[in-house]
Design a protein around this ligand. Structure first.
Ligand code: CO8
Length: 260
C-alpha cells in the first residue's frame, strides 16, 4: 500500500508537489496517514526540498477527512493506533519547516480542512460546489482542541466558535470572505498559482522564515506534544461510546442514501 501519495520533487526549484491519491475521496485511513507522515518526514529531511504543495489527484475532492470506517466497529487498540497516526500527521504538517501551500482542488470537510489549515497558504478552486470546513458536530462528534486551535489561529476565535458549533461547511466563495482560504482561482489555475505563490515565499531566507513560523505555532503544537497520551485516551473513550458509534453509523447510512 505504498502508493497513496504521489510525490514530484523539482530539484531546480526545491519544490515538492504531494498529490493525495486514495480514491474515491482521499479519506484519511490508517494506511494513508502512515504513508503521509513517512513521505513528509523524508521531504523534511531532504535539504534540497524547501517547499511543499499539497493537493489531490482526484478531481472534485481534496480530502473527505478522516476515514469514518476507521472509527466504526473496531477495537480500542485500533482506535488508539489510528488516533496516534492522526496526531502524527498534524504534528508533522503543522510543524513543518518547509513552506507549505494547500492547492485545494475540491471539497475539503473535517480532516481535509484540517490539512489545508495546517499549511502556510491556501488556494482554492473557485467553484461554489466545493465546500470546506470543520463539520464534526454534524456527525455527532467533536473536533479536538488542536483542530480548534488550528482553525482559530487562521480565522480567529469568534468565527471558529460559531463555525465549529454549527459544523458549518463553507462554499469556496464564503470561505474566502473570512479568510478560511486565502485565494480563489479558476480550477485549471490552482496548480500554477500555487507554484507562483511558492516562488514568492521562497525568496525569504529559510532560517528567518522558519524561526518566525515556529514562533507563531510552537505554543499550539506543544499543547498536543505535552498531552498526547491523554488526548488518545480521550478519543478512545469517546469513540467507543455506543451513542457515538450509533451517530457515525447513521451518518454513513445517510451518505450512502444521498447517492441513490
Ligand atoms: N470516510 C469513509 N468513507 C467515506 C468518507 C469518509 N470520510 N467520505 C465519503 N466516503 C465514502 C462514501 O460513503 C461513498 O462510499 P460508497 O461508494 O461505498 O457508498 C464513497 O466514499 C464516495 O462518497 P460520495 O458518493 O459521497 O462522493 P461525492 O463525490 O458525492 O461526495 C464528499 C464527496 C463531499 C467528500 C462526501 O462524500 C462527504 O461529504 N463525505 C463525508 C465527509 C465527512 O463528513 N468527513 C468527516 C470525517 S470526520 C473527521 O475528519 C474528523 C474527525 C475528528 C475526530 C473527532 C473526535 C471524536
Amino acid at each position: 500500500s505504498n502508493n497513496k501519495i504521489l510525490v514530484e520533487l523539482d530539484e531546480a526549484t526545491g519544490v515538492a508537489v504531494m498529490k493525495m491519491k486514495n480514491p474515491p475521496v482521499n479519506s484519511l485511513s490508517l494506511d494513508f496517514l502512515t504513508e503521509f507522515s513517512i513521505t513528509l518526514e523524508k521531504l523534511e529531511m531532504d535539504r534540497g526540498c524547501r517547499g511543499l504543495i499539497l493537493t489531490s489527484a482526484s478531481p472534485k475532492i481534496f480530502s473527505a477527512g478522516l476515514d469514518i470506517m476507521e472509527m466504526c466497529g473496531k477495537s480500542a487498540e485500533h482506535y488508539g493506533e489510528f488516533w496516534r497516526a492522526v496526531q502524527e500527521m498534524w504534528l508533522k504538517l503543522y510543524g513543518s519547516n518547509m513552506v507549505t501551500i494547500a492547492a485545494i482542488n475540491g471539497s475539503s470537510p473535517a480532516g481535509g480542512c484540517l490539512m489545508a489549515l495546517c499549511c502556510d497558504y491556501r488556494i482554492m478552486a473557485d467553484n461554489p460546489k466545493y465546500a470546506i470546513g470543520l463539520n464534526e458536530t454534524q456527525l455527532g462528534i467533536v473536533a479536538p482542541f488542536w483542530f480548534k486551535d488550528t482553525m482559530s489561529n487562521v480565522v480567529g476565535n469568534r468565527v471558529t466558535e460559531q463555525a465549529l458549533q454549527l459544523g458549518q461547511m463553507f462554499p469556496a466563495p464564503e470561505a474566502l470572505k473570512f479568510g478560511l482560504v486565502d485565494q480563489l482561482v479558476p480550477e485549471e489555475k490552482v496548480q500554477s498559482t500555487a507554484a507562483s505563490v511558492m516562488a514568492q515565499w521562497l525568496t525569504v531566507p529559510d532560517h528567518a522564515r522558519q524561526i518566525t513560523k515556529s514562533m507563531m505555532r510552537k505554543q499550539t503544537t506543544d499543547k498536543l506534544v505535552n498531552n498526547r497520551e491523554a488526548d488518545i485516551k480521550n478519543f478512545v473513550s469517546f469513540i467507543t461510546r455506543d451513542s457515538i458509534q450509533k451517530s457515525l453509523q447513521v451518518y454513513m447510512e445517510r451518505l450512502r442514501q444521498r447517492k441513490q
